[in-house]
Write a protein that binds this ligand. Structure first.
Ligand SMILES: Nc1nc2c(ncn2[C@@H]2O[C@H](COP(=O)(O)OP(=O)(O)O)[C@@H](O)[C@H]2O)c(=O)[nH]1
Ligand SMILES: [Mg+2]
Length: 169
């Protein structure tokens, strides 16, 4: 079964916008306290990261995820994550800097934030307006899984082929 990518970040950091991109969807950007499962994503409420007492829900939800995306908003670089936060997850963690069309003077600051949180480079720098980097991220996260599924299907096809070949002998 294909696993989903979990998206974590402060309220208004661009989580649901990114979820729509990764799902090829146009779900409205309503503020919600619910975890939303999309085709390829698990969109988590900002409150889960803004209250330490909610971290346990993030850890539990990440159990079924292929990756955790940790978002930092270049236009509002307030610290929302504690140092080393990324280490609480057992699946791969990917650092994503959102809204890179805004406040370019914060570019270094947000990279440093991701480092402090314990996220390893490379970081994906994305903007709603930047189709290229969005496509790179999407391919990195979802393309890999799709191609694995394709390989599995090829194997099944091959097995069927062999089986039917054997029958005719
Ligand atoms: N300028 C700019 N605005 C963005 C970008 N990504 C999201 N937004 C806007 O930021 C606001 C919050 O986005 P949303 O995805 O709802 O954030 P969430 O609360 O983390 O789910 C919305 O008005 C989006 O249109 C971006 O890359 N650039
Ligand atoms: Mg949202």
């Amino acid at each position: 079964m294909k696993k989903r990518v979990m998206i974590v970040g402060a309220t208004q950091s661009g989580k649901s916008t990114l979820a729509n991109v990764l799902n090829d969807a146009t779900r409205p950007l309503k503020k919600t306290q619910d975890v939303i499962y999309g085709k390829n994503t698990i969109d988590t409420p900002g409150s889960y990261i803004e209250n330490t007492s909610m971290y346990k829900y993030l850890i539990a939800t990440a159990q079924t995820a292929s990756h955790v995306l940790i978002l930092v908003d270049q236009s509002r670089p307030t610290e929302v994550y504690p140092p080393g936060f990324a280490k609480i997850f057992t699946c791969p963690v990917v650092g994503v800097i959102t809204k890179t069309d805004l406040a370019p003077q914060n570019a270094n600051l947000v990279s440093k934030q991701l480092k402090r949180i314990g996220v390893l480079e490379p970081y994906f720098r994305i903007s709603l307006k930047d189709n290229i980097d969005l496509a790179v991220l999407k391919n990195y996260l979802i393309g890999k899984q799709d191609s694995l599924e394709k390989i599995e299907i090829l194997h099944i096809d091959n097995d069927l082929h062999l089986a039917s070949g054997n029958k005719s002998v």
